[in-house]
Design a protein around this ligand. Structure first.
Ligand code: ATP
Ligand code: MG
Length: 354
């Protein structure tokens, strides 16, 4: 078995997903030739167009169709005429849950040519590890006495030792390969059952990983510190809700929503992991050829790294940074380059041998 052959499912999806996913496959194909691995793409025409024809976002056996692949590269799903819960619960959430992608990884750096709201942009180099399948996003709870003055709602958060342990272990091991600093987002002063439990389990897991310093920081203080002193942070581990908020905060510091990547990872590799930009289908600019492909390309770099092609993953990031330092920028970053032109600049940077 040649372990350097990869089968990747492509869900380009809607809007600019149809423009940025082809940019990513062009670049990954070029990397495959240079670095000597083999890519097989399986095109999936799922998403809103599929919904309008079939009444669902993906086929009934969609999960099964993806299950023997090595990874999933997703563009965006969303349509102005479809409610968000349809696209979320019809495609994204089933994939994350069925494939137990319990780590949501969002790295952030300020790439060349980007104007960040921060002054000290060199210092920003952070990875947020968000718990992706349990915690505050639970179905436990309910509402009563609807419409009366006695009406109330109860929303339970569900944290399990298994769930906290596995995400904390992933984050600690990641920190060990970086600058050795792990910050855990907590709120144990106000949330007195689940958060002390989170703190205890995280501390015990991290104590088993050599060379990692752990700080537990209250989520409110952490949000402020990220804006004031982003250079103090390396890897941050957070529950589902806290991680969601922190990763958007940090992505905003990095300059444009068109840049930010993400990975939904199943660390034991029993199932495929999924890689997607943070941005959505952007119907306002779809079809114009001006979308920034960096979020998708960076997500493809995370995918290559996950597949074990670390050299190609790094080469891709270097090529993106070269193109951007040379002043090739899309409109969201104040430039004039279109999606194709930017992608060609990345391909040129790759072939001029970095
Ligand atoms: P969806 O419903 O699919 O989430 P949306 O329009 O709500 O789509 P985004 O797609 O994230 O949300 O877009 C938010 C804004 O950012 C839009 O104005 C969009 O044009 C812009 N934007 C998003 N992605 C990019 C990109 N890759 N390049 C340039 N601009 C982008
Ligand atoms: Mg949206």
């Amino acid at each position: 078995m040649n372990s350097r052959r990869y089968t990747v499912d492509l869900i380009a999806g809607d809007g600019i997903g149809q423009e940025v996913v082809p940019a990513a496959t062009r670049v990954v194909d070029a990397l495959a030739r240079r670095h000597g691995f083999d890519m097989t793409w399986r095109d999936r025409n799922w998403g809103s167009a599929y919904f309008f024809e079939h009444g669902r976002m993906m086929p009934v056996d969609g999960i099964e169709q993806l299950s023997d692949g090595d990874a999933i590269l997703l563009g965006a799903v969303g349509h102005p005429d479809l409610p968000d819960h349809e696209t979320l619960w019809g495609l994204l959430i089933p994939i994350r849950r069925e494939f137990l992608q319990y780590v949501n990884l969002r790295p952030v750096r300020v790439l060349p040519g980007v104007v960040s709201p921060l002054r000290d942009v060199e210092a920003l180099d952070i990875v947020v590890v968000r718990e992706n399948v349990e915690g505050e996003y639970s179905a436990v709870g309910g509402r009563a006495y609807r419409g009366t003055t006695d009406e109330f709602a109860i929303q339970e958060a569900v944290f399990t030792r298994t769930g906290i342990t596995r995400v904390a272990r992933y984050a600690a091991q990641l920190a060990a390969t970086r600058r050795g600093s792990l910050t855990s987002a907590t709120k144990s002063n106000g949330i007195i059952h689940s958060m002390p439990f989170w703190d205890e389990v995280v501390a015990s897991v991290v104590s088993e990983v050599e060379g990692v310093r752990l700080r537990s920081t209250l989520i409110d203080a952490l949000a402020a510190a990220l804006v004031l002193r982003p250079g103090d942070f390396d890897v941050i581990v957070a529950s589902n809700l806290f991680g969601d908020i922190l990763s958007d905060l940090i992505a905003a510091l990095a300059g444009s929503i068109g840049i930010a990547p993400s990975a939904n990872i199943n660390p034991p590799r029993h199932h495929p992991s999924m890689f997607e930009p943070i941005h959505g289908s952007a119907p306002d600019i779809a079809g114009k050829g001006i979308a920034n492909p960096v979020g998708q390309l960076w997500s493809a770099s995370l995918m290559l790294d996950h597949l074990g092609e670390a050299e190609a993953a790094t080469a891709l990031m270097t090529a993106i940074e070269t193109a951007m330092s040379d002043g090739v920028l899309t409109a969201d970053l104040g430039g004039t380059a279109g999606t194709q032109e930017f992608t060609s600049a990345v391909l040129r940077a790759l072939s001029s041998g970095n």
